[in-house]
Design a protein around this ligand. Sequence first.
Ligand SMILES: Cc1cc2nc3c(=O)[nH]c(=O)nc-3n(C[C@H](O)[C@H](O)[C@H](O)COP(=O)(O)OP(=O)(O)OC[C@H]3O[C@@H](n4cnc5c(N)ncnc54)[C@H](O)[C@@H]3O)c2cc1C
Length: 482
Amino acid sequence: MRDHNTIIVWLREDLRLGDHPAFEAAVRAGGAVVPVFVWSPEEEGRWAAGGASRWWLHHSLARMEEALAGCGSRLVIRAGPVAETLQALCKETGARMVHCSRRYGPVGAAQETRVTETLHAAGVTLRRFWVLLYEAELIATGQGTPYQVFTPFWRRCLAQGEPRMPLPRVTRLPAPARWPAGVALASLGLMPKMAWAGGISRAWTPGEAGAQAALREFIREAKRVENYPADRDVPAVVGTSRLSPYLHFGEIGPHTVWHAVRGAAKTGGEAYLRQLGWREFAQHLLHHFPHTAERPLRADYGYFPWREDALGLRAWQRGQTGYPIIDAGMRQLWETGWMHNRVRMIVASFLVKDLLIAWQAGAAWFWDTLVDADLANNTMGWQWAGGCGADAAPYFRVFNPVLQGEKFDTQGDYVKRYVPELAHVPARWIHKPWLMPELELAAAGVILGKQYPAPIIGHTAARIRALEALTRMQKAARAQTK
Ligand SMILES: Cc1cc2nc3c(=O)[nH]c(=O)nc-3n(C[C@H](O)[C@H](O)[C@H](O)COP(=O)(O)OP(=O)(O)OC[C@H]3O[C@@H](n4cnc5c(N)ncnc54)[C@H](O)[C@@H]3O)c2cc1C
């Protein structure tokens, strides 16, 4: 039976029932609500979900199916082009209104434009709901231009006042008289064909309940938020919230996190909320500069003489560079689908500066392996490392992987967890085993080049090469503008 009061809620990166403006408004409208998820990787192009994200999405959708059943509802899953699929569903149900949460960036925005036009032609309205604390397109400098530096951006956001309070959780969703058909979740083929996700499934519990548990632990049980300013840079301890995949898939909204931290933290809260600010900044940048997912924000970096180095890239991906802090980070990523922020910065710098491999290659690997792969955050993080983004680390500041390891993993506990070959190497040598006297190395059970590689490149020479490449780029860019 077709009912014009029915509203379709098109779910995207908002897989939750708590603080969900699109659901809340649909329930308030009083008619039936049909929750829909449309799988269309072709439309996402090269930014279709990578392997780790697909694993997460599968579990997240399964939790969403259960949660909706608890509200007397269902999740209708379909595969195909989004606009046409939603149009067909509107025809089948009689719905004249579709609600969705916004998605910034080239893919999400193009999708919204197409869906709006297609539905409009069929007499259906797409109503889009805000998703950020401070919406990316509403924040502007005094001249009306986008921000490119974080601190004034965040100051401007905070000047708007506190973000709104989270909405109450949806507990009942009126069902339509007849449900439109959907496909089974398993038919989307999101789960890996080979069993590589064991470590990831031990490390994570996708879904809204997992998100709430992570938030509870962060603010209440372990009091991690209070120690956040000191612990957030120490990869060997669990000092951060590990909410990134939940925030990316929208299993928890930023308003919920914001107010929970505000209400609970005596200390440490400001530092944490500032990180949520970086997330907002990344969305702001991707919204205003959508080309930056592929190309540098600073156009002169288009002339950078990157190297093709398949062996170097492979050694980096596999955690076999011979630099323990790099290898530990890359193995943490492979094993758990996540890497500590400080180590992300160090491994990214190593790829683009020591190996002179284009940041896009690193971004692509992260895209496939991170459970929190997020186009806005990943693009900003990689352009930061490559020196070519907004508010980026200057390219001439080259991280020394030994000193970075010694500074942030003083005792080598993080390295030893992910590089067990070095378990018996004393703290003094853990970040530079190739300098260790041979007898001591043998006593620790390591033969360089056998159990663990010698460094694939000398850092001092690599640094000089990186600076020369920067000079070449600057010359090439200047020649072009003459
Ligand atoms: C090269 C590189 C690539 C990155 N790729 C991603 C990515 O694909 N997805 C992703 O979510 N983050 C990415 N980050 C940012 C950051 O590393 C992660 O957000 C953070 O490590 C997630 O862990 P957490 O939830 O425990 O963070 P917490 O320290 O607990 O921070 C809370 C939340 O704030 C946000 N946040 C924290 N730091 C940043 C940051 N530097 N930039 C933007 N948002 C931030 C995240 O949403 C995070 O969940 C990248 C950073 C770098 C340097």
